[in-house]
Design a protein around this ligand. Structure first.
Ligand code: CA
Length: 244
């Protein structure tokens, strides 16, 4: 999926382009409204539009884009632009995100907007159009004796409800997105925390420790030394690296 990002602030565009790239999105980044409207690189599947641009009003960019195509548009807005959001939606933008936001949140919006626009569904677990066999429509995902329900944000283990903090749930749900696959520390920080997260990531270790304790078996979350973590069902064979 090809995204056109129109954003003049490189401190936002940089991590965003990188984070989205890790999820398989191709991002064309331009810094002005004019460049966004004259962008000739392959027609984007979706436009991420910052409203505060140096050369023209983002709302005018939105209006011009909509006048020429039905491409889904997600506005990126700063504080104090509440009125602009309303106007933008009236001008035909599909959704908006207020800064700061995480890559995971953005991807959820992209999914929702493309679904509404009738584009083929896609998941992060596979190429576009590939349904995720582990994800029944109810939103409940079963991993051995563990059931993760993203719709209700509830977790059950052997039929017993496990009380998790919102962040613990997000971390578990993120790891459960692709069981058995190692998620790097940076990838986890970018999505479960924030793409603008700087500083020590000890909080991640603390949350992993809390999850292991609550799940009653450290085997649920395996450490890939020097890389990150992955979710594994205890007792099921683990491939490659040693558990930690
Ligand atoms: Ca801006």
């Amino acid at each position: 999926m090809r995204l056109l990002l129109i954003e003049d602030d490189d401190r936002i565009a940089g991590p965003l382009t990188e984070g989205l790239g890790r999820y398989g999105f191709t991002v064309d980044h331009v810094r002005t409204g004019t460049a966004g409207l004259t962008e000739r690189a392959a027609a984007p599947d979706l436009v991420l539009l910052d409203l505060g641009l140096p050369d023209m009003d983002g709302l005018d960019v939105c209006r011009s884009l909509r006048a020429r195509s039905a491409v889904p548009i997600i506005m990126i807005t700063a504080r104090g632009e509440e009125a602009d959001r309303v106007v933008g939606l009236e001008l035909g933008a599909d959704d908006y995100l207020a800064k700061p936001f995480g890559v995971r949140e953005l991807i959820a919006r992209i999914r929702a907007v493309t679904r509404r626009a009738g584009a083929p569904a896609f998941t992060s677990a596979g190429p576009p159009g590939t349904p995720d066999p582990n994800r029944p429509p109810s939103g409940a995902q079963e991993l051995g004796s563990l059931v993760v329900n993203r719709r209700t944000r509830e977790v059950h283990l052997n039929g017993r409800h496990i009380a998790l903090t919102p962040r613990e749930f997000d971390l578990l749900a993120f790891l459960a997105d692709d069981p058995g696959t190692v998620c790097s520390r940076q990838q986890i920080m970018d999505t479960v925390w924030d793409p603008h997260f700087f500083g020590p990531t000890k909080t991640l270790d603390a949350h992993v420790a809390a999850l292991r304790r609550k799940l009653g078996d450290p085997g649920w979350i395996t450490t890939a030394r020097g890389v990150g973590f992955r979710l594994t069902v205890p007792g099921e064979p683990v491939t490659s690296e040693a558990a930690g």
